[in-house]
Design a protein around this ligand. Structure first.
Ligand SMILES: [Zn+2]
Ligand SMILES: [Zn+2]
Length: 395
């Protein structure tokens, strides 16, 4: 429906779509979202939403207290861009070389501002408090933990947390909901294999870290195939293997970096411990040493059933009876929304916002694709579903 020329856009649409285009044209990488942060603060203040004074270089928390006391709802959207050259051909395409909003976070940020504006106009009817969390640095895995470490939920602990992510796989006007564990955890593992370098002709005088690391890499996959219960999804991927400078020199060390993803927190911690143990014992058996660092962890993202039910109900009010897509499968991808959700005792949910316009094939290409377009029309269901949910939840 929304692709038709005759569509009546809501009163807020023009301002928010222009703002979105502005954010899209000037994308900023994680922890560098200075202009974005400034713009969000200005708009929140203009709408009459309080900007909370947390010590954050980037990222913003806005607060709207309703006329009557009640529950606290936090709505979180991320605001950072990706290190990817845009190739959409849009008139408001990125003007920053090698940086673009290819994950739709400009839609996220603009929709949350639209929601803040809508709710601020209905403050008299609002029963409770809404925290608008504009999160920095989702793509670098550490924005949520950075903001949480500044105590954003310390004094006002949310009763629930919601947010959406753009989904080019779903039609515009639909939302995707998955109750239970929807996304995997993600931990970054760095392994430094330390040997003893020397001449390639005399490996007997050396401890070869390349052969050790190659053997270790294969052994590590047995954590997945032999240690892990087959009914529990686990993915271990090493995307970096660095070592050496010449074909005839055995280097001193090799660096491996990878990620582990799974759907269960207890298994996650157990597997990480097994990885650590295997690294040390395998390297020791080869006469080498190793250092293992696990960083930037985020837990699995588990959506609460009652919040999903309420999200479905609220969305149907604004998008129609058949707007909810529920036959989704969990993803081994991750989102650090889960770090914030964990602090909110997993009482919340992240839903998918369809952004695929049938008349615009480029809008169906997928996240992190240089040619993918996230149509501004997606702001309508984005703002409407967030706003309606807030009103219903705080009733
Ligand atoms: Zn992304
Ligand atoms: Zn994203």
């Amino acid at each position: 429906m929304r692709e038709q020329q005759s569509i009546q856009y809501p009163a807020w649409y023009e301002e928010i779509a222009l703002l979105r285009a502005k954010l899209h044209a000037a994308p900023e990488l994680g922890h560098c979202e200075v202009m974005t942060t400034q713009l969000i603060k200005e708009r929140l203040r203009a709408y009459g939403v309080e900007v909370l004074p947390f010590d954050l270089p980037t990222g913003v928390v806005g607060r709207l207290r309703g006329a009557k006391p009640g529950k606290i709802l936090a709505i979180r959207e991320d605001i950072d861009a990706l290190p990817l050259q845009e190739d959409t051909g849009l008139p408001y395409a990125s003007t920053v070389a090698g940086v673009s909003h290819a994950c739709g976070h400009d839609i996220h940020a603009a929709a949350l501002l639209g929601c803040a504006k809508q709710l601020a106009q209905q403050r008299e009817a609002l029963q409770g408090t809404v925290l608008f969390v504009f999160q920095c640095a989702e793509e670098t895995f550490d924005g949520a933990s950075t903001m949480l470490s500044k105590g954003i939920f310390q004094d006002e602990s949310p009763d629930a947390l919601v947010g959406f992510h753009c989904a080019p796989a779903l039609p515009l006007g639909k939302i995707g909901l998955f109750s239970g564990v929807a996304n995997a955890s993600c931990d970054v593992i760095t392994i430094r294999v330390i040997g003893k370098g020397g001449h390639g002709a005399h490996p007997d005088d050396c401890i070869d870290p390349i052969v050790t690391a190659a053997g270790l890499l294969m052994q590590l996959q047995t954590i997945v195939s032999r240690r892990n219960k087959a009914t529990h999804p686990l993915v271990l991927t090493f995307g970096e293997f660095h070592g050496g400078s010449a074909p005839n020199i055995i280097p001193d060390e090799v660096l491996l970096r990878g990620t582990m993803r799974c759907m269960d927190n207890a298994f996650r911690l157990k597997r990480l411990e097994e990885i650590r143990t295997l690294c040390h014992s395998f390297c020791q058996s080869m006469g080498a040493q190793c250092e293992v660092v696990v960083e930037k962890g985020m837990p699995p993202l588990e959506n609460a059933e009652d919040i999903c039910t309420q999200l479905a109900e609220s969305s149907r009010k604004v998008l129609g009876a058949d707007c909810v897509v529920q036959d989704l499968t969990p993803s081994m991808g991750s989102d650090d929304f889960s770090c914030m959700l964990e602090v909110c005792k997993n009482h919340g949910a992240q839903y998918l916002l369809g952004t695929h316009l049938a008349s615009l094939p480029q809008s169906g290409l997928g996240l992190h694709v240089a040619q993918c377009i996230f149509p501004s029309e997606a702001l309508c269901p984005g703002v409407e579903t967030l706003t309606q949910f807030a009103l219903d939840y705080l009733k």
